[in-house]
Design a protein around this ligand. Structure first.
Ligand SMILES: [Fe+2]
Length: 246
């Protein structure tokens, strides 16, 4: 599949008052990995405004079903079964088709299948913890999974990550690559989290919280969470009388 809209022109810069600062001492590892000097601004070139093109032929049949994609035949992952779905939009609220959406998460007990994760919660033999999909022509994506558990991490003496799913999205240009995390509506642990608390504006945090959507649930099977995602938009789209690409 080709990208539906040709890409041209530069992208909006990141909104520095909306995104968390690189240096946020409450989240300990930012102290050593944040830049020590002022950032230098470069004009955008082809290497930013172009990007890879993904097609459905690269996906396996179970890539968007984490309950099954690592499970033995006839079995499935343990945990509350959920569907996560939403739309990928750009900053001008246009749907972005052809976006590779990848996701990874801990299992229902809060443990990752990773050799560096030594948390005492058990691994689930039927759960791998990662998957992927591609947005359709209207920018929609969805996947099935189990609700991940919260887990403790070495930051302060008693810090826990709220239940979350990590996302990577590859839009039409390299500057549209977005790495983010999704949280679950109603989880009190969100507001305790030192990583969440690096985000200065509560409204920005709320954009990371998926809402429970019982209309999209599958009865006797899975509840649904809705999570829309906004990628950086292009500057050349601000004409109200001319939609770019038309
Ligand atoms: Fe995580």
């Amino acid at each position: 599949m080709k990208n539906a809209m040709p890409e041209a022109g530069g992208f909006f810069q990141r909104e520095r008052n909306w995104h968390p600062p690189a240096f946020a001492p409450g989240y300990k590892s930012t102290v050593v990995r944040s830049p020590r000097r002022a950032l230098i601004s470069f004009p955008q070139t082809l290497s930013e405004i172009t990007g890879p093109v993904f097609g459905h032929q690269m996906l396996g049949e179970l890539d968007n079903d984490l309950t099954l994609n690592h499970a033995r035949p006839g079995e499935s992952a343990i945990g509350p079964r959920i569907i996560v779905y939403g739309k990928v939009l750009d900053e001008n609220a246009r749907p972005v088709p052809g976006v590779l959406v990848e996701f990874w998460q801990a299992n229902a007990g809060g443990r990752y299948r990773h050799k560096k994760d030594g948390y005492l919660a058990p691994l689930d033999p039927n759960f791998g913890g990662c998957g992927r999909t591609i947005t359709d022509a209207e920018g929609n994506y969805f996947f099935r999974t189990i609700q991940p558990g919260a887990y403790p991490w070495p930051n302060g003496i008693n810090d826990w990550r709220p239940a979350h799913i990590h996302f990577s999205l590859f839009g039409h240009g390299f500057v549209q690559r977005l790495i983010t995390q999704m949280y679950f509506e109603g989880d009190p642990m969100i507001w305790q989290c030192p990583i969440v608390n690096t985000i200065p504006d509560k409204r920005a945090v709320e954009t990371l919280i998926a809402t429970l959507d019982m209309q999209a649930a599958v009865p006797m099977d899975a509840r649904a969470y809705k999570f829309d995602i906004v990628l950086r938009g292009r500057r050349a789209t601000l004409f109200e009388n001319k939609l770019e690409g038309n």
